[in-house]
Design a protein around this ligand. Structure first.
Ligand SMILES: [Zn+2]
Length: 127
């Protein structure tokens, strides 16, 4: 299924609320209008409200592996746990990673047994 180029909700006195999808192509615009039926509009409204709440409660932070460019979406509560609560309870900051692979790689990097190159990358050591 193609993704519409534009999606919006139209409200007219004669048809009420409907979902409008617009597709743009070389030959012009194609518009598909689907009226909301039953409680679809109420459900959509509650989904939008939940999404707004989720967006307010969440933030993006970088993966703590310096070789990784991923970001992680976590709640502010989790962020406070990572940066403050764990430090107060366990005396150390707990870093968030995007994956177990990144965490394992980071733990190898900070382990003193593995030598690093001048720019902080892991030296490849033959076993
Ligand atoms: Zn990562």
């Amino acid at each position: 299924m193609m993704t519409p180029d534009l999606t919006y909700i139209r409200c007219t006195p004669e048809n009420g609320y409907s979902l409008v999808k617009v597709y743009v192509s070389a030959t012009g615009l194609k518009e598909f209008e689907t009226p909301f039926v039953g409680n679809e509009l109420i459900r959509l409204h509650s989904i939008i409200e939940q999404k707004k709440k989720i967006n307010q409660d969440m933030c993006k932070i970088p993966c703590w592996n310096p070789n990784c460019g991923e970001t992680i979406i976590i709640s502010y509560e989790n962020k406070r746990d990572f940066l403050i609560r764990y430090f107060r309870n366990y005396g150390k900051v707990v870093f968030p990673f995007c994956s177990k692979k990144c965490r394992d790689e980071f733990e190898t990097m900070i382990s003193e047994e593995i030598p690093l190159t001048k720019n902080g990358e892991l030296k490849h050591v033959e076993p």
